[in-house]
Design a protein around this ligand. Structure first.
Ligand SMILES: Cc1cc2nc3c(=O)[nH]c(=O)nc-3n(C[C@H](O)[C@H](O)[C@H](O)COP(=O)(O)O)c2cc1C
Length: 187
């Protein structure tokens, strides 16, 4: 489908971004990778705690490890991505050690900044909830008593959909959304 909206004032970037599964293996230059994470760095957060942690890999050895944390379906397509990112969120506030219940909200905001900056630079991102959390902590060497693991992200340039298995090629197009009226509720 082609995405469209009757809302005139929407920036087109929000319709343009979507989550393909076909990746090129081309590596990402350091200055682009840094800009993508820098966008996440400037996200707002409760008490400016910045609870997000992005463990990424782009080496063959690292990618193999990160891929091993993914469910089989995701391994099939995400194995072509030149960068995989595991997103963690710190459980407690640095300021007082108490539970930070807003950390996943803030980390979600940071991921969206990252995704939009990647899009602006001509890259694609694809979020994944299909992974083994225990393995994700292991491969990224992050302490599960201090962090929650939220998602894995594939990052790279969009590839030809012919690189995907046939059944996946059918789903390789932007999706629609619920109507605005169902999420914008005036009280
Ligand atoms: C937290 C999260 C988990 C997701 N998990 C998976 C997944 O495991 N496998 C997959 O192929 N897509 C996954 N997706 C992609 C969503 O299906 C996709 O974002 C959604 O259908 C909206 O499509 P769009 O991103 O192209 O607009 C995930 C997305 C998010 C944000």
């Amino acid at each position: 489908m082609t995405r469209s909206t009757p809302i005139k004032n929407l920036d087109p970037i929000f319709l343009e971004r979507w989550s393909p599964r076909a990746f090129k293996k081309d590596p990402i230059p350091k200055e682009d990778l840094e800009a993508i994470f820098e966008a996440a760095r400037w996200a707002p957060s409760c008490y400016n705690e910045q609870p997000w942690l992005f463990a990424y890999t782009q080496t063959q050895e690292g990618l193999k490890k990160f891929q091993s944390a993914l469910v089989e379906f995701n391994q099939t397509w995400a194995s072509n991505a030149p960068v995989l990112i595991i997103i963690f969120s710190k459980k407690t506030f640095d300021r007082n050690g108490k539970e930070n219940q807003w950390a996943p909200f803030d980390t979600g905001a940071a991921w969206m900044s990252l995704a939009m900056q990647a899009h602006k630079l001509g890259y694609i991102t694809h979020g994944m909830g299909g992974f083994d959390p225990k393995k994700a902590f292991e491969v990224a060497e992050i302490d599960p008593t201090k962090y929650d693991v939220l998602a894995v992200i594939a990052l790279g340039r969009q590839g030809d959909k012919n690189c995907l298995p046939e059944d996946m090629q059918k789903g390789e197009s932007p999706s629609d959304r619920k109507p605005l009226s169902s999420i914008m509720v005036e009280k």
